[in-house]
Design a protein around this ligand. Structure first.
Ligand code: GLP
Length: 256
């Protein structure tokens, strides 16, 4: 494992996906051990699945207790029924919440609503995070467009929870899970960049060679809304955790 400072953001490179997930799960476990009523921000996508598996294992072994933890997820497709197999709500139940003792978890409501109802739902999500005391640790993935959450290129540093239009690349990446591109919603509800950056600690996970190019651009290019994940480098306490393949296009100093 290597660990270096790049701007404000630390980059940690692990040998493989298994060690990467263990490393990230350990960071989350540390937060919960120190603060049993911590507020966690969670993510979906393939990348964090191994992290959730590791957290479930630790819970089942009696090493972690989530009974006082509160969780907020980054995003949800829109429109999306909460019981749909494609919803992030069901994803989180399958991969984490059905297997641990966390009772307080929140995911943006993707049910169809009129514009006023939608706007109100987004404002309420922000308020619920604030009322819970703010997020201690936010777990993040990165999409090939450079999105975090569903903040696609053009998302501003000041953006808050809102409805966004998904990029074609993002929809194409999601298509296999939906059984075809036409079934992928055109929109989503996502925490904004401003919302994400208010978390006290950001932990990004990326794995596999398909992420190597976007990871390089995120860490070495301009910090800009053209690649919203680059805003992670504006955060005072952020870390990017990669496996060797995702780190492949970074300088050799980042290799383990
Ligand atoms: C989706 C999620 C993002 C996630 C991204 C990457 O677009 N909304 O939060 O980071 O997928 O997913 P994966 O980890 O499957 O590459």
């Amino acid at each position: 494992m290597s660990s270096l400072t790049a701007t404000e953001t630390r980059v940690v490179v692990l040998q493989d996906y298994g060690s990467l997930c263990e490393h990230v799960a350990e960071r989350i476990s540390d937060v919960v051990r120190v603060k049993p009523d911590a507020v966690l921000g969670l993510a979906t996508g393939a990348s964090p699945i191994g992290v959730y598996r590791e957290l479930v294992r630790r819970y089942q072994e009696g090493r972690l207790d989530f009974s006082r933890v509160t969780c907020f997820n980054l995003d949800e497709y829109y429109p999306m029924y909460p019981n749909s197999v494609h919803s992030y709500r069901q994803f989180m139940k399958r991969n984490l919440f059905d297997h641990i003792n966390c009772r307080h978890w929140h995911i943006p409501d993707g049910q169809r609503s009129n514009p006023a109802g939608l706007e109100n739902g987004c404002a309420q999500y922000e308020k619920a995070i604030r009322d819970a005391g703010g997020i201690e640790l936010q777990l993040l993935g990165i999409g090939r467009t450079g999105h975090m959450g569903f903040n696609e290129p053009g998302s501003l540093l000041s953006s808050r929870t809102r409805v966004v239009t998904l990029d074609e690349v993002t929809r194409r990446d999601a298509a296999p899970g939906f059984g075809g591109l036409s079934a992928v919603p055109a929109e989503a509800i996502t925490m904004g960049i401003g919302t994400i950056l208010e978390a006290r600690q950001l932990v990004m996970i990326a794995s596999g060679v398909s992420k190597a190019d976007v990871v390089r651009r995120m860490m070495t290019g301009a910090i800009s809304d053209r690649l919203p994940a680059s805003f992670i480098r504006e955060h005072y306490n952020s870390i990017v955790c990669l496996d060797v393949d995702a780190a492949a296009n970074l300088n050799s100093e980042y290799q383990p």
